[in-house]
Design a binder for this molecule. Structure first.
Ligand SMILES: *[C@@H]1O[C@H](CO)[C@@H](O)[C@H](O)[C@H]1NC(C)=O
Length: 205
């Protein structure tokens, strides 16, 4: 008797759970699929003409619902993705700099690089704030866009300076490869963000 009622309860519970989740699914499917397709298509089109279109698309596709189909939002999301990649890279380098067996020259190069990455994150953050305050067709539009372009270019320069520190032959080969790959990725994301900002400026200037 008792086991049968608890069986019933389990069955009831599972049925309810399944119907709730399929209900939720059908709502979100009905609402999201057409718009998210449009949003994905918007990202694909916007990434054409950036320096690294494949990276642009793969880095932004998961943010389609944030970006919607708005040039200002794709540019600011690209900045956000770049900032978080720069921060992860910086932590990774800090971790690496603590590992044993590094030459003093290598540790110095890492420290310099972490500082340059931190400058670059500051510049990218400032750009993201300014971009959120830009008013389409406003009197200060081009002035603000010019500031943003300057800061993002400066961020790119800082990242390039960081890889320069790892050029020398006295650097460990593995370390050089690991660090360079990460920084190059951050620099490519930055370059793409700049291209998306330039596109936004062209459409709305
Ligand atoms: C850095 O090291 C900490 C502590 O060991 C670890 O939790 C973290 O995931 C590491 N981060 C990166 C990016 O390597």
């Amino acid at each position: 008797m008792e086991s049968s009622s608890s069986k019933h309860f389990v069955t009831f519970f599972l049925t309810t759970l399944i119907s709730i989740s399929s209900y939720t699914y059908s709502i979100s499917a009905a609402r999201d699929i057409p718009t998210s397709k449009t949003n994905i298509e918007f990202i694909r089109k916007s990434c054409v003409g950036t320096t690294y279109p494949k990276l642009c698309f793969s880095a932004l596709a998961s943010h389609a619902s944030t970006i919607q189909s708005r040039p200002q939002l794709i540019a600011s999301t690209a900045l956000g993705v770049t900032i978080s990649s720069a921060k992860t890279t910086s932590t990774m380098m800090f971790n690496l700099s603590l590992s044993h067996g590094l030459k003093p020259k290598e540790v110095d190069a890492m420290k310099d690089c972490i500082e340059e990455l931190s400058d670059s994150v500051d510049e990218l953050r400032r750009s993201m704030v300014e971009l959120s305050q830009v008013v389409k067709g406003g009197p200060k539009f081009m002035l603000m866009i010019n500031d943003i372009q300057t800061w993002v270019s400066a961020a790119l320069t800082d990242e390039t300076t960081c890889t320069d520190g790892f050029e020398g032959n006295e650097m460990n080969g593995n370390l050089k490869t690991t660090v360079r790959a990460r920084i190059v990725n951050v620099a490519q994301l930055t370059s793409n963000a700049l291209a998306l900002i330039n596109k936004y400026a062209l459409i709305h200037g």
